[in-house]
Design a protein around this ligand. Structure first.
Ligand SMILES: [Mn+2]
Length: 237
């Protein structure tokens, strides 16, 4: 019988072509499971196409990243037809969120989104709103916590459900610190090019039970990485 594998990927950022090439490279099939740890949207050319592909496969679980968080704040208003009621929702706070999102590469998501029908746009937004912020799992007797950015204001006694959204999708890890002795934390968010004292920038980084898998695929010197948790085999596009 064919073995089933568990994979993790992160920060695809609209790089649809790299994503489908990766699925092909790992020979992703019905028996396998893939966790995409946030930041599917923004920057690259096809964020919504990538999202729709993820939505179409029920053995992929996506978690929210800060880019999904920014997008949700804006799309709740932007996908509506402009009526008086919608216009009234355009507050200073909304405009601030929109500026933030735009500055962080939200333009490509908007551009891609409006190639889809209103029904599809709503479906995409509903999917984004329902995304979880973390996932705990065990693979081959090893325990993992998957989360987009990290565990901000970390405290060993704090339960995962007690972290707020900003602590999980924005606050960066301290890669020099071992958070738990008995489990690994798998994160994206910080391209491994930016991790201090990293001898292998742009590739998956494993140290102190921290596993960083954002290899900066939208960077000139970056690539999309994928890690197979069963045996820590690394794949790159
Ligand atoms: Mn991020």
């Amino acid at each position: 019988m064919e073995k089933s594998y568990t994979y993790v990927m992160s920060d695809i950022h609209g790089e649809y072509d790299a994503f489908v090439k990766m699925l092909d490279k790992i020979k992703f099939n019905d028996k396998d499971k893939l966790y995409v740890i946030g930041d599917v949207l923004d920057r690259g050319p096809k964020p919504i196409k990538t999202l729709m592909h993820i939505m179409s496969l029920n053995n992929i679980t996506m978690l929210a990243g800060n880019h999904e968080h920014m997008a949700i704040l804006c799309l709740r208003v932007l996908i509506e037809d402009l009526t008086d009621e919608v216009f009234a929702k355009i507050s200073d706070k909304f405009i601030e969120s929109l500026e933030d999102w735009k500055m962080n590469g939200g333009g490509t998501t908007i551009k891609d989104l409006f190639d889809y029908s209103k029904e599809d746009r709503k479906r995409a937004l509903d999917f984004l709103i329902k995304l979880k912020l973390y996932k705990e799992l065990t693979v081959e007797d090893k325990k993992y916590i998957l989360v987009h950015a990290g565990l901000g204001n970390f405290n060993k006694n704090k339960k995962l459900k007690e972290y707020n959204i900003m602590e999980l999708v924005w606050d960066r890890m301290d890669y020099a610190k071992k958070y738990y002795d008995d489990r690994y934390i798998v994160v994206g968010h910080t391209p491994t090019q930016l991790i201090e004292n990293n001898k292998n920038p742009g590739y998956i980084y494993i140290n102190n039970n921290n596993i960083a898998i954002d290899c900066g695929c939208t960077f000139k010197d970056g690539r999309l990485g994928c890690l197979r948790l069963n045996d820590m085999k690394e794949y790159y596009i």
